[in-house]
Design a protein around this ligand. Structure first.
Ligand code: SAM
Ligand code: SF4
Length: 327
């Protein structure tokens, strides 16, 4: 039902449950943070569940909880438990920086979260402090261990590769994936307002892949959802680990984009790089019917562009902050 004018069917919803974060990653937000939304501007759990139920009714099958940092939202596992109960929802996933994951992993698993992505950009504590502006490296490593022992259906480590910062650790991340039997995903660095993106810091996926292939042999993985997924996945031959590349800059996957994004203040975006999104919270709080909300969503979908702006346009960084949108 959520089909746009280019025939793309939208089955994946990313929900940012907070704009707050316990880290300050330089590639995501300015050092002094962003203007945080007032508490009453943030969707309540009831409102998130109500919007999610409606969107699942319209065809969403996978929901990812993100942020800011979703694990700083109080009792987020209770929200996960309620979302996991929605009939016809097939996958409940969560993206986290891992800093609070050791305390939450078991509760999230029990609540019905099956897929977890942990962001980690360096395996060196001093570098961790410089990129995140916080001293939480050992907490993140404990969080990853806890997630491994909870045996989530899928556990991925997401690394934004930045030239001159962590491009010398690419093979270390592959080794980590091999030792933990997890998926390591390398993300191309994207320009966002308030971040320190510069062209010379951006490393395209084909270069990352060449570095990996100096030591490992990769075999393309058969993907059921390849047309809809941003990551090209490979098996590391001779191991149980897999490697993925998210090539938003060098090979945008707009033609197969199946994603909608709901921000913590109730705005629905049809693209990561969309400026504003449409406001669902105000009509919801004013008692709009499901049909009225559906008309708003379909209107936004009708305006979805065929492709997001190219590198030159993105470099101007006039779109929203990454932290407010949730990746
Ligand atoms: N706090 C959680 C985390 O870090 O995983 C969830 C929100 S974070 C905005 C979601 C994802 O966006 C993370 O994997 C992060 O590395 C990625 N991200 C943030 N800024 C980025 C950028 N400028 N380029 C590429 N990826 C970015
Ligand atoms: Fe926080 Fe995640 Fe952004 Fe880092 S990438 S500042 S952890 S929201």
């Amino acid at each position: 039902m959520l089909v746009d004018q280019y025939g793309r069917s939208h089955t994946y919803l990313r929900i940012s449950v907070t704009d707050r974060c316990n880290l300050r990653c330089t590639y995501c937000m300015p050092a002094d943070g962003i203007n945080l939304r007032a508490k009453d501007a943030i969707l309540t759990f009831d409102e998130i569940v109500q919007i999610s139920e409606m969107l699942v009714e319209f065809g969403i099958r996978k929901i990812r909880i993100t942020g800011g940092e979703p694990l700083v939202r109080k009792e987020v596992e209770n929200l996960c438990g309620r979302l996991a109960q929605i009939r016809r929802l097939q996958t409940l996933a969560l993206s986290t920086n891992g800093a609070n994951l050791s305390d939450k992993a078991a509760a999230l698993r029990r609540a019905g979260v099956s897929h977890v992505n942990v962001s980690l950009d360096t395996l060196r504590p001093e570098r961790f402090q410089s990129i995140t502006r916080r001293d939480r490296f050992s907490d993140v490593m404990r969080g990853i261990e806890a997630a491994v022992s909870e045996e989530f259906t899928s556990l991925k480590i997401n690394t934004v590769v930045i030239r001159g910062f962590n491009d010398d650790e690419i093979l270390d991340f592959v080794r980590l994936a091999v030792s933990l039997d997890v998926n390591a995903r390398f993300i191309e660095y994207m320009p966002f307002p308030g971040n320190d993106w510069r062209k010379e810091r951006y490393v395209p996926s084909n270069e990352i892949r060449s570095i990996i292939e100096t030591k490992y042999s990769l075999e393309a993985k058969q993907q059921e959802e390849s047309v809809h997924g941003p990551a090209a996945d490979f098996r590391v031959i001779g191991t149980n680990a897999t490697i993925g590349f998210i090539s938003t800059m060098s090979a945008p996957f707009c033609y197969g984009c199946n994603r909608l994004r709901l921000s913590s203040d109730g705005r629905l975006r049809v693209c990561l790089f969309a400026q504003e999104g449409i406001d669902l919270k105000t009509p919801l709080r004013n008692g709009a019917s499901a049909q009225e909300l559906q008309a708003l969503i379909l209107g936004a979908l009708a305006d979805k562009w065929e492709k997001h702006p190219g590198e030159e346009e993105l470099e101007k960084k006039t779109h929203g902050h990454m932290i407010g949108i949730g990746g």
